[in-house]
Write a protein that binds this ligand. Structure first.
Ligand code: HEC
Ligand code: HEC
Length: 338
C-alpha cells in the first residue's frame, strides 16, 4: 500500500467514526465533497403551482384576514421573518423560531422536531394553529368555496369539484417545492469553477470540514437530513421550553435533538437556532464550535467560516406576485380583533 492509500484509508476510518459518533450519514456520490449542489426544480404541473402560490399569499386563510404563509416565511427575506419567534393571531408571541421554507422540500421531515413527514402534511398545520393563523380547515375551505374564481381554478387544476383541505395542502406543497435556491457561488465552485469563491471562503470551507461541522451539516441542503442533539459537548442554555424530537418519539434519548437546519441561505435567515437566540452568524458559529465540537475558534477561523457560509446564498425564487380573486358577497368577513 502506498503511503497515500494508507492516509486515505485512515481518513476513511476517521470520517466513518465521526459519522457513527453523531449518527449522521451522507450519500457518497461521485463528488468527494460532503456538500452537493442543489438541482433546479422542474415544474411538472404549472397550474397547480400557480394556485399554490395564490394560497401561499392569501391572508384570508387566517381568522384575522391578515396573516398569510408569507407573513412568517417572507420570500423577500430568505423565506423567514427574521424575528426571534414569530408573531401570530392577535400579536401572540410564537413558541419557536420560524425556519426558512427555502429548500425545505429537501429536508427529511418538517418542523424543528420533524413532526410533519412532508410539506403536504405540514401545510395544514398553521391554518388551524390558534397561535398562528387561528382558523379551521372547514372555515378555510368555506372561504375558498365562496369565491367563484377559486372554485373554477381548483376544478381546472384537480379535475373535480372536491375542493377540500387536501387539495389546498397539495397545491401549497406544489408551490413550496419550487422554492429551491440553486446556483450559489459555492455550488458553482463544487461544479468546477475554482474562481467562484475567494481564498478566505475556501479556507472557511476547509475549516468547516476539518472541524467536523460536516458530520451534521452535509448533503445538498447542508443539513436538513438528520436529527442531532443541540449541545453535544456542552449543554445549551435557553429559556425556550421546546424539547425537540422527544416530543414526537416520546423517547428520553431524543430530548433536545432537533432537525439539523439547512445552512443554505443562512446569511438571510437570522436570527439563529430554534429559540432565535443568536443574532449573528459569528455568534452562531462560535456557539456551534464550542457546544457541538468542543472547539473555540480564533477570530480568523470564525471569520473564515462565516465567509464560507455566505457563499451558500443561492438564486432566490423569482415570481410575479399573484393577484388574488376578490371576496364575494358570501365570503365570511375577517375577524382580526375577536
Ligand atoms: C405565525 C407565523 C407562521 C405562519 C402564518 C406560518 N408559519 Fe410556517 N412555520 C412557523 C414556525 C414558527 C415554524 C416552526 C414550528 C416548529 O418547528 O415547531 C414553521 C414551520 C414551517 C415549515 C417547516 C420548515 C422546516 O424546515 O421544518 C414549513 C414548510 C412551513 N412552516 C410552511 C408554512 C405554510 C405553507 C404556511 C401557510 C399555510 C405557514 N407556514 C404559515 C411560523 C409560521
Ligand atoms: C452534532 C451535530 C452538529 C454539528 C457537529 C454542528 N452542528 Fe450546526 N446545528 C446542529 C443543530 C442540531 C442545530 C440546531 C440547533 C438549535 O436550533 O437548537 C444547528 C444549527 C446551526 C446553525 C444555525 C442555523 C439556523 O438556521 O438556525 C448554524 C449557523 C450552524 N449550525 C453552523 C455550524 C457550524 C459552523 C458547525 C461547525 C463549527 C456546526 N454547525 C456543527 C447540529 C450540528
Amino acid at each position: 500500500m502506498t503511503s497515500y492509500r494508507i492516509l486515505r484509508a485512515r481518513l476513511g476510518v476517521l470520517a466513518t467514526a465521526a459519522l457513527l459518533a453523531t449518527g449522521a450519514v451522507y450519500a457518497k456520490g461521485p463528488s468527494p465533497e460532503p456538500i452537493e449542489p442543489i438541482k433546479p426544480h422542474r415544474v411538472t404541473h404549472p397550474a397547480k403551482v400557480e394556485l399554490g402560490k395564490k394560497l401561499w399569499f392569501d391572508p384570508r386563510l387566517s381568522k384575522s384576514g391578515f396573516i398569510s404563509c408569507n407573513s412568517c416565511h417572507n420570500l423577500s427575506m430568505g423565506g423567514s421573518d427574521n424575528l426571534k419567534t414569530s408573531i401570530g393571531d392577535k400579536w401572540q408571541k410564537g413558541p419557536i423560531n420560524s425556519p426558512t421554507v427555502l429548500n425545505s422540500s429537501l429536508n427529511l421531515a418538517q418542523f424543528w422536531d420533524g413532526r410533519a413527514k412532508d410539506l403536504r402534511e405540514q401545510a395544514g398545520g398553521p391554518i388551524a394553529n390558534p397561535g398562528e393563523m387561528a382558523f379551521t380547515h372547514d372555515l378555510a375551505v368555506d372561504m375558498l368555496r365562496s369565491i367563484p374564481e377559486y372554485v373554477a381554478e381548483f376544478k381546472r387544476v384537480f379535475g373535480n369539484d372536491k375542493l377540500s383541505i387536501d387539495e389546498v395542502t397539495l397545491a401549497i406543497a406544489a408551490f413550496e417545492e419550487t422554492l429551491v435556491t440553486p446556483n450559489a457561488r459555492f455550488d458553482q465552485w463544487l461544479k468546477g469553477d475554482k474562481k467562484a469563491i475567494t481564498a478566505q471562503e475556501l479556507r472557511g470551507y476547509q475549516t468547516f470540514k476539518a472541524s467536523g461541522c460536516v458530520a451534521c451539516h452535509n448533503g445538498p441542503n447542508v443539513g436538513g437530513n438528520s436529527f442531532q442533539k443541540m449541545g453535544v459537548v456542552e449543554a445549551y442554555q435557553t429559556d425556550n421550553p421546546a424539547e425537540g424530537r422527544s416530543a414526537v418519539t416520546g423517547k428520553d434519548a431524543d430530548r433536545f435533538n432537533f432537525k439539523v437546519p439547512s445552512l443554505r441561505n443562512v446569511a438571510l435567515t437570522y436570527p439563529y437556532f430554534h429559540d432565535g437566540a443568536a443574532d449573528t452568524l459569528p455568534e452562531a458559529v462560535d456557539t456551534m464550535g464550542r457546544l457541538q465540537l468542543g472547539k473555540k475558534f480564533t477570530p480568523q477561523e470564525n471569520a473564515d467560516i462565516v465567509a464560507f457560509l455566505k457563499t451558500l446564498t443561492g438564486d432566490q425564487p423569482k415570481m410575479v406576485l399573484p393577484i388574488l380573486p376578490p371576496s364575494s358577497d358570501q365570503t365570511r368577513r375577517p375577524q382580526p380583533f375577536e
